[in-house]
Design a protein around this ligand. Structure first.
Ligand SMILES: [Zn+2]
Length: 339
């Protein structure tokens, strides 16, 4: 379909406010022309999307007070509104519209949960990561641009210093780097994650993810069970969420302290681990996954070199650079050289 055809298709379904229409056209134009989706759902998804109106808000609005200064947008499925912060710079404003639109379309109307994340926080990091990835992909395609991967020092990202995130995204860069590593571990491209998040009915998407994981776990001898692995990812996500959303523990988290409150990452799904959270814990979980899965790939002839490019912690990078060529130098090595 051309963009003109997409515009006609949308206009036939519903009259859309002129200022919103182009965003819907862009979103569905890229979605429909992706090769990895089955066509039978397009009408249903469009119907669900068109229930929403886009609202730009500023610091005087109630939404701003509720979400705090670091939030960029929100999809309110009760009011059927997509709220976007008015003062976001380009290209973030447009990307955030696609991000919230994607959430709206991947929302299960029966329970209001999004994508593979149908219970508690299970699958939440992957759900969020593919959302931002797709939002930025739309932006790139519509504006015929290509963003390059950047090396981002971790302290620029509400994280402890001492690590590097490799991502081309403009938001949620850390989730994106994890999604990249996940796609290498599972031997799929990132479209796989977009695809499974549309298949929330009967948890089909989650089942596909589990199958993929089990298959590769066998092949490369991954150390963690699927649930454990997901737990680490979603715990990393929840710590980041506490660091930017308005909440009583935000200051503690950002100051590198442990939260006062104990948090349960998963509730009521038979894997109820929780505790005090901190950026230190997040840092250690990221590094633990990196080291263990890198070694699995290394020992069992997997794509360890590709994976190694995304290793997070500087000292782990320094260690692994004895096995592979890394594109950017580890901090420890530079320090050692200066002494
Ligand atoms: Zn989101």
């Amino acid at each position: 379909m051309t963009r003109e055809e997409v515009r006609e298709w949308i206009s036939k379904q519903k009259e859309v406010a002129k200022e919103d229409l182009e965003y819907f056209v862009n979103y569905f134009y890229v979605l429909i022309n992706s090769k990895w989706l089955e066509e039978d759902h397009f009408d249903e998804w469009l119907k669900q999307a068109l229930e929403y109106k886009i609202f730009l808000y500023d610091e005087n609005d109630e939404v701003y007070k509720r979400l705090g200064p670091d939030c960029k947008g929100l999809r309110d499925s009760k009011k059927k509104r997509i709220y976007i912060r008015k003062d976001l710079p380009d290209p973030l404003l447009e990307m955030t519209i696609y991000h919230e639109m994607h959430h709206a379309i991947q929302t299960n109307p029966e329970n209001d949960e999004v994508g593979i994340n149908q219970k508690s926080n299970f699958g939440r990091l992957i759900m969020e990561a593919q959302t931002q990835y797709f939002a930025e992909k739309i932006y790139e395609e519509i504006h015929e641009m290509h963003f390059e991967e950047r090396e981002i020092p971790s302290e620029q990202l509400r994280m402890l210093p001492g690590g590097t995130i490799l991502s081309k995204l403009h938001n949620y860069e850390m989730y994106d780097a994890i999604l990249t590593k996940l796609s290498i571990l599972l031997g799929v491209d990132k479209e796989f994650f977009i695809n499974i998040n549309f298949q929330y009915q009967d948890d089909i998407g989650m089942k596909k993810l589990r199958e993929k994981y089990e298959e590769r776990k066998k092949k490369y001898h991954f150390p963690y069970k699927f649930e454990e692995f997901m737990f680490y990812l979603d715990c990393i996500y929840c710590i980041d969420l506490l660091a930017y959303k308005e909440n009583p523990d935000k200051e503690n988290i950002l100051n590198g302290k442990k939260t006062k409150e104990k948090y349960q990452i998963y509730e009521g799904i038979g894997y109820d681990i929780g505790g005090n959270l901190s950026l230190g814990l997040q840092f250690n979980y990221l590094d633990d996954l990196d080291r263990k899965y890198f070694m699995c790939l290394y020992d069992y002839n997997g794509p360890f070199e590709e994976f190694g490019r995304y290793l997070f912690k500087s000292s782990t990078r320094a260690l692994c650079s004895q096995l592979i060529n890394l594109p950017y130098p580890a901090v420890e090595e530079q320090d050692a050289g200066q002494k």
